[in-house]
Design a binder for this molecule. Structure first.
Ligand SMILES: CC(C)(COP(=O)(O)OP(=O)(O)OC[C@H]1O[C@@H](n2cnc3c(N)ncnc32)[C@H](O)[C@@H]1OP(=O)(O)O)[C@@H](O)C(=O)NCCC(=O)NCCS
Length: 234
């Protein structure tokens, strides 16, 4: 596909995905995401032709104008759309499939602990909501959606919706995912709460034993314990 037909395709993608976009002229002149993408395509060409310093310099200039930083080493597929755009960062080893949409403030970054391929791979048709961080060499499966403000640190299967910090799957193929073990959401606070409840239970039993009394919970006393035993399976 030549440069001009791919530009036409990019414009059509914006008109298709942003209900606020009213005309081709408006899209061409006013959409920073599109300007960043076209700048990236040129910078990527420089990058693969070993003009790496120039590519980086141009990409930094592009960032100054659009507020969007796309490393020229990233690989981006067709009809990529960045809506609004300000604050988007796309790292060097990111791979993005076709028909992917990002909103403002999205980071496709590294965790700071890996080298080599250290940025995410987004398969076709992924949507990443405003302010979400997708970190590390992980794969976001086809047609998956990442909720605004989420922090995703693990692979996401196809056709899933992920929300939260850290991100966990709430919908799969449109069906609600029931988390039978809430520890799957990997929330360090829940683990701390579960540990405290466990300890309180043990201490209560010990006190009652020392007092020579049988364990008979007074009304409501054991609510927290019950919730935690059921929800956190301790
Ligand atoms: C994640 C998202 C795609 C989910 O859409 P959806 O498939 O229609 O899912 P639902 O709205 O039914 O939400 C499913 C559950 O996740 C929760 N949820 C949705 N988005 C969330 C988010 N960003 N953070 C935390 N929880 C979220 C909902 O409250 C709901 O939970 P509940 O069933 O316990 O009430 C959407 O909410 C989102 O964040 N889109 C990003 C859009 C964006 O960035 N717009 C910026 C425009 S400028």
């Amino acid at each position: 596909m030549n440069f001009f037909s791919s530009m036409r395709e990019d414009i059509a993608a914006v008109l298709d995905r942003d209900p606020a976009a009213k005309s081709r002229l408006e899209v061409v002149l006013l959409y920073s995401g599109l300007h960043a993408l076209w700048g990236y395509r040129f910078n990527h060409w420089l990058w693969v032709h070993k003009r790496r310093f120039l590519a980086r310099m141009m990409s930094q200039w592009g960032r100054l104008i659009t507020g969007i930083e796309i490393h020229p080493g990233a690989e981006i597929g067709r009809r990529f759309f960045i809506d609004h755009g300000m604050g988007v960062v796309i790292g060097e080893t990111t791979i993005i499939g076709d028909d992917v949409t990002l909103f403002q403030g999205v980071t496709l970054g590294g965790t700071g602990k890996e080298s080599g391929k250290r940025h995410p791979t987004l398969r076709n048709n992924v949507v990443v909501g405003a302010g979400a961080r997708v970190l590390g060499n992980i794969i976001i499966g086809e047609n998956s959606r990442i909720g605004a403000g989420s922090v995703v640190l693990r692979d996401v299967p196809d056709n899933s919706t992920v929300v939260g910090v850290p991100g966990h799957i709430v919908l799969r193929r449109g069906q609600r995912v029931v988390i039978t073990d809430p520890k799957q959401i990997n929330d360090p606070l829940s683990e701390a709460l579960a540990a405290v409840a466990n300890e309180v239970k043990r201490l209560k039993e010990e006190v009652r034993e020392l007092q020579g009394r049988q364990f008979v919970p007074v009304d409501g006393e054991d609510k927290l314990q019950q919730v935690i035993e059921i929800d956190y399976q301790i």
